[in-house]
Design a protein around this ligand. Structure first.
Ligand SMILES: O=C(CO)COP(=O)(O)O
Length: 256
């Protein structure tokens, strides 16, 4: 069975003092089993958070990482540097990075392949815009993005990747995809993964949903068979709601 995942993407929020307060509260309340809890602070705070979370079950993610191990890439973050600070995951291809920083499918694939080689787990984001959904192009878009991100990977490598379906129209808007809308896309992705790799790999890979996830809608989203967790923005910035999401995930794993 796939362990449910609750991943908090803090985006460009919180002073270091506030990030530490939040991190400590999450560390204190996080369940020790039944959920993989992950937080992604801004890079500046990763080191301090690493210490605050050290003896807790909460794992650290970066919001980005470069493909190279080091070199002349001003402003970028290398996987070995992140690993040194205890980071295990890196969010790649978030729609905000695609929109504002020119991240594209080719770059996401390059990062995915090199981060796997450098022992980080990529959390690969993708999703359709409102125009694409309304034009009936959701499946084409997500299939294209997922195939592009996973190009060149072996099945063993793919199993170390987390996918995150984030319909752009649902991010930060308060509009969540309905559980049925999200499940339809997740089930379709499972077929794409089976076609691309094999059935075991398709079943093993976690597919998260992201876009206005909160405690009031998470249980229903998670009750869908192909939704394995949430990539959470706004609701991850408060310990109470993040921990509530973790508890909902634990309920799913003990029930299923
Ligand atoms: O972009 C997101 C997570 O990566 C979703 O953000 P919200 O949960 O604030 O909609």
């Amino acid at each position: 069975m796939r362990t449910p995942i609750v991943a908090g993407n803090w985006k460009m929020n919180l002073s270091q003092a506030d990030a530490l307060t939040l991190g400590r509260a999450i560390a204190e309340g996080a369940p020790t089993r039944g959920v993989t809890a992950i937080v992604a602070p801004v890079a500046l705070h990763i080191s301090a958070l690493g210490e605050a979370l050290a003896s807790s079950p909460v794992l650290l993610a970066s919001q980005n990482a470069h493909w190279a191990e080091s070199g002349a890439y001003t402003g970028e973050l290398a996987a070995p540097m992140l690993r040194e600070l205890g980071v295990r995951y890196a969010i790649l291809g978030h729609s905000e990075r695609r929109q504002y920083f020119g991240e594209d499918d080719e770059g996401v694939n390059r990062k995915t392949r090199s981060l796997l080689a450098q022992s980080l787990h990529p959390i690969v984001c993708f999703g359709e815009s409102l125009d694409e959904r309304e034009a009936g192009r959701t499946r084409d878009k997500v299939e294209f993005q997922v195939r592009a991100a996973l190009a060149g990977l072996s099945a063993d490598e793919a199993r170390r990747v987390i996918l995150a379906y984030e319909p752009i129209w649902a991010i930060g808007t308060g509009k969540t995809a309905s559980p049925e809308q999200a499940q339809e896309v997740h089930a379709f992705l499972r077929e794409v993964l089976e076609d691309r790799f094999d059935r075991e790999t398709a079943q093993a890979m976690p597919i998260l949903y992201g876009g206005s996830v909160k405690p009031s809608n998470f249980a229903e989203l998670l009750s869908q068979p192909d939704i394995d967790g949430g990539l959470v923005g706004g609701a991850s910035l408060k310990a109470e709601s993040f921990l509530e999401l973790c508890q909902i995930a634990v309920q799913k794993s003990t029930a299923g």
